[in-house]
Design a protein around this ligand. Structure first.
Ligand code: HEM
Length: 478
């Protein structure tokens, strides 16, 4: 059914009015009276300055910084139709990230919630979250990842073999690489072929529907996202059924989840997953792990080119690994787990470019605001932890914008590096992300040199920050 322009406009108005009514009943400027900060203009609040800072190279740091200078580490504002409190600093992180499980829940947009499904880990809190997390993240442990190492290694070499002699868009290549890795880990997808193409096409549509307008009508990004999600789930249904009836057997993530955790018909074991939970959470891992790792790898390659001394130091580490190999020419599992400088360099790139800008939460119980402010955050309010300002705090990191991996030489103060979060919701994909980055960087710096084709520091205005021009480079063998 196609809708006319007028009908769409009417739907939009109904939606906006209901959203505003709902919104005002949870948290209103009146309820937040007394808190430092400004709610800006009626309805639009401070959205315009937020959005313009968001797409600048320094991201929302300048938005935060201006307000923190005026109001301190905690301030209220109204952005993107939400009355919200921004907090920064280690004390604020302690309250929001390491407090008792179940005090806050992740604030996903309506579209994200619909696409991921109700049983996604990102929509679960308290004990249910703990249980689900234990079940679905088991294969992401260092031991669990060992069996995927060879695939990742070969794929990195094959990807880089295609780079010399053409214009390479690093962001595109990193995206293909990380998606092939996770597709293989989860369901043994071959890196090329029809299934891979379908998987990739569906994933791209799902991914771009996340920040879309919430109208599920034909022709909209949200509608296309839901349809692509349904196609992805049918693909998973048929793989799960082939695995269950023994027609197919693989040593992958899905097989281990089916074998250990899948609920039989009528079974009532809380420690097992239903098929819906299985599918919602496979999609959750894909979504949570893809853009983040793609962006981290791309920024790192850009940063290395811009910081020749760091690149030289990194090359020394990797050449040393190559030279110490007695006879064998392939990177080994133990070598990849012993790259101390590479590990600092990757953390540095996440630290400076703060892949995820802020952690957004809904408060589930009334909490006291930090820094002895004397205010409470009421149940239902939206709170954002501004991680960027923590990573830019000169008291924690002197010369915070300098690309200086030595800042990770000494142990850091607690809660000062939150690139992967901390506490109950700390990123369970940290080992996989580091493994992918270390393997790829090893082959890149040992075999090639590269230079950028454009000087452009613009960023895409998305939650996961990525270079707008996808970082075009040319590559030559060393
Ligand atoms: C460089 C790459 C990555 C970065 C920077 C990153 C960052 C983060 C951050 C900041 C969080 C929120 C933690 C919190 O709320 O305290 C998170 C959560 C999460 N990440 Fe990652 N991540 C990366 C890669 C991955 C990968 C490869 C996967 C899996 C394949 C993954 C899966 C998840 C999941 C499932 C959650 C939600 C955990 C929960 O709610 O319990 N991430 N990540």
């Amino acid at each position: 059914m196609e809708l006319s322009g007028l009908q769409i406009l009417a739907l939009i108005s109904v939606f906006l009015v209901s959203a505003l009514v709902l919104h005002y009943s949870w948290a209103s400027p009146k309820a937040m009276e007394g808190l430092p900060g400004s709610m800006g203009w009626p309805i639009v609040g401070e959205s315009f300055s937020f959005l313009s800072d968001f797409s600048s190279p320094s991201g929302i740091y300048s938005f935060m910084n201006k307000r923190q200078q005026r109001y301190g580490k905690v301030f209220k504002t109204s952005v993107l139709g939400r009355f919200t409190i921004f907090m920064t600093g280690r004390e604020a992180s302690k309250i929001l990230l390491t407090g008792k499980d179940g005090m806050v829940s992740l604030n996903l947009f309506y579209t994200g919630k619909q696409v991921l499904g109700p049983t996604s880990l990102l929509q679960t809190t308290g004990d249910a979250h703990k249980r689900l997390r234990r079940l679905i993240t088991e294969p992401l442990s260092i031991e669990g990842l060992k069996k995927y190492f060879q695939f990742i290694n070969t794929l990195a070499v094959e990807t880089l073999d295609q780079w010399p002699g053409r214009r390479v868009l690093v962001l595109e290549e990193a995206s293909t690489f990380t998606l092939k890795v996770i597709g293989n880990m989860i369901m043994s997808l071959e890196p090329t072929g029809e299934e891979q193409e379908k998987f990739r096409a569906n994933f791209k549509v799902i991914s771009s529907s996340f920040a879309s307008l919430p109208f599920k009508i034909p022709g909209t990004a949200f509608h296309r996202g839901i349809k692509a999600r349904d196609r992805m789930y049918s693909m998973l249904d048929s793989i799960i059924s082939r695995r269950r009836n023994g027609k197919d057997y693989q040593l992958d993530f899905l097989q281990s989840l089916i074998k250990k955790h899948s609920k039989a018909e009528g079974e009532d074991d809380e420690d097992k997953l239903t098929d819906s939970q299985l599918k919602d959470n496979i999609l959750t891992l894909l979504v949570a792990g893809h853009d983040t790792t793609t962006a981290a790898l791309t920024w790192l390659i850009k940063f290395l080119e811009e910081n020749p001394a760091v690149l030289e130091h990194l090359k020394e580490e990797h050449k040393g690994i190559q030279e110490s190999r007695k006879g064998g020419s392939n990177l080994t599992w133990s070598e990849v787990n012993n790259m101390p400088y590479t590990s600092k360099v990757s953390s540095m790139s996440i630290n400076v470019y703060h892949i995820l800008l802020a952690e957004s939460s809904s408060v589930l119980v009334t909490l006291a605001l930090p820094y002895n402010s004397g205010y409470n955050i009421k149940k239902g309010w939206s709170v954002n932890l501004d991680v960027v300002s923590i990573h830019h705090d000169p008291e924690v990191f002197p010369d915070p914008t300098k690309f200086d991996p030595s800042r990770f030489d000494a142990p850091l103060k607690p809660l000062s590096f939150l690139g992967f979060g901390t506490g109950q919701r700390m990123c369970p994909g940290i080992n996989l992300a580091k493994l992918e980055i270390s393997v790829f960087i090893h082959h890149l710096v040992c075999r090639y040199k590269w230079r950028p084709l454009e000087k452009d520091d613009s960023v895409q205005p998305t939650l996961v920050r990525m270079p707008k021009n996808k970082y075009p480079i040319v590559v030559e063998p060393l």
